[in-house]
Structure formats: C-alpha cells, structure tokens
Design a protein around this ligand. Structure first.
Ligand code: SF4
Length: 288
C-alpha cells in the first residue's frame, strides 16, 4: 500500500530546524528482529552488503507453502473453494528448500495437505474475508508501519486479525495477547478499514486450534507505544553509527537459544555458543 506521510492523522515530530523528522519505516519482523537481538537487526537491515546467511530452513519452506496455498484458495471462485482444491494449489507452489531428502519432503507435503484439508473443511463456506495477505499501513508521530496480515476477517461489524501458524507446538491465549505483530496489525486494520479491530487469532493448522485475544484500545495503545520505543532505540543506534560510534557496541549481541535458528549464526562469534541445527531440524518430528 502506498504511504503518504503528509496525510496522517498524527502530526509529524518537528526536528531542531523545524523540518519534519524522518519516520521509522517498519514491519513487525523488523521490530521483532531488533527486540530479539540488535546484532541480528544490524546484519539484516543495516550492514550492506548483507552478511552471508545460512542455508534455507525447511520449516520456513513448509510455512510459506501452506500460507501460499491458503492465499490462492481464497482467490478461487466460491464454488471451487472446497477442501479438494487444496492439493493442487499446494503442489503448484510447494517450496522444496531445506529438507534433508525427498522422503522427508514427502512426509512434510502429506502433513501440510492434511492440515489444509482439515482447516478448509471447518471454514464457513461463503465467508469472504476483508483481506487475504493484505498489507495494512498507518503511522504515528514516530513510525510508519506496514505489515501483511495473513487474513483479516469481517465479523459482526468488526475486523479480526488471523495469523496462520505451522510450527510444532500449539499456541495459547497468552501467545495471541503478547504478539506485538498481531496488535500492530489490529491497530493498522482499524484505521485502514475504518471499523473496530480488537480480536486477534492465531490459527495453528497442525492441531486445528485457535488461540485468541480481545484487545482493548488501551492494550493496543501500549503495544504501539512499545513499538515506538523500539523504533526510537533503533534510530538512536543508527544515528550513533552514522556519527562514527562503534557498530558492535550500538547493536549488541543477545545470545541465547534463538542463535541456533539465526540465519547469521555462522558470521556471529557469539552465536557459536548455541548448538548448530540442521536446516530440517524443526520438521523432523513430522516423520516420527
Ligand atoms: S547468532 Fe545469536 S547473537 Fe548472533 S546475531 Fe544471531 S541471534 Fe544475535
């Protein structure tokens, strides 16, 4: 979605010379990368050329394949939107990268097909979402946010954010409540669709469960404030580096269990402490 800075509902901050300060353009994953590990943020968004990444992850391939199949399913005419259409859609856009071998890939493919068929069978036929893989964008005095929501439903005059999950573990209401990404989507969707948006849902396809949370205006405002604080921290670090400060100091490492799954583990000495994972480690359980 095109984004016009001069037409937002909130006035822009004025810099020291009366010129508007640059807004921090961000997506949920950009903010999340910094919160998880400032060094990972720097590798992804600041250092150019981008440091070499590790090989593709099978679980990312699986997630992308399922998301694309559902997106294309909603693009079908209503009468063709039946579970039986999903195998063809899944096959057409299946991502093959990251699996150990063809046998493992086949197991993952069958699992994905089963998840999709069960999920689609439980959907209300004829329900037309407000948006599928829809970009929603809005801004505050600090940040210009844009993000692509998996699905935005219209229910009882309100917008509802739906996020598909394909990971191993199920999710609960705390995951839905704590997700900054979902809150930011809800906040942006409310403005884009000009209707209330308080409910956010995580749809875990492998278990067929839904974890939901009803936000209030206050809880959404808290998440937006947190996002603004993160944006301000990032901008301060970027300014410091541009002014000659040490980039390693301004974007410190945050080593932990996430390092095992970090694309930049090979170029990050701090990440070497965490055990290496094979690219297919997160889909191995599907074979057992
Ligand atoms: S390997 Fe760990 S410490 Fe290094 S950038 Fe990645 S997440 Fe951060």
């Amino acid at each position: 979605m095109a984004f016009t800075r001069s037409r937002g509902p909130v006035p822009e901050q004025l810099g020291f010379d009366g010129m508007p300060e640059r807004l921090f353009v961000c997506t949920p994953s950009k903010l999340g990368a910094y919160v998880d590990c400032p060094r990972r943020y720097r590798f992804s968004y600041v250092d150019r050329p981008t440091p070499p990444k590790g090989p593709p992850w099978a679980h990312n391939s699986l997630g992308a394949s399922v998301h694309t199949a559902l997106k294309n399913w909603y693009a079908l005419q209503l009468d063709r939107r039946v579970p039986g259409s999903l195998p063809t859609l899944l096959k057409a856009t299946w991502v093959r990268e990251g699996y150990r071998d063809v046998d493992q890939e086949r197991v993952a493919y069958r699992a994905a097909q089963g998840w999709l068929e069960s999920y689609a069978a439980a959907l209300e036929p004829g329900d037309e979402p407000l948006g599928v893989e829809r970009v929603v964008a809005t801004k505050t005095s600090v940040l210009a946010f844009n993000g692509r929501a998996d699905r935005i439903d219209g229910r009882d005059g309100e917008a509802v954010i739906v996020d598909y999950k394909t990971g191993r573990s199920g999710l609960d209401a705390d995951d839905a409540r704590g997700s900054q990404a979902l809150a930011l989507y809800a906040w942006a969707a409310e403005r884009v669709f000009r209707r209330p948006c308080h409910r956010v849902e995580l749809h875990h396809l492998p278990s067929g469960t839904v974890a939901a949370h009803e936000h209030t205006a206050e809880s959404l405002a808290r998440q937006v404030k947190r996002a603004e604080e993160t944006a301000q921290d990032i901008m301060a670090a970027e300014r410091a580096v541009a002014g000659g400060a040490d980039a390693d100091t301004e974007f410190p490492v945050n080593p932990g269990s996430l390092c095992s799954w970090c694309d930049f583990r090979k170029v990050c000495p701090a990440g070497q402490e965490a055990p290496a994972r094979e690219p297919w480690a997160a889909v191995e359980h599907l074979s057992s």
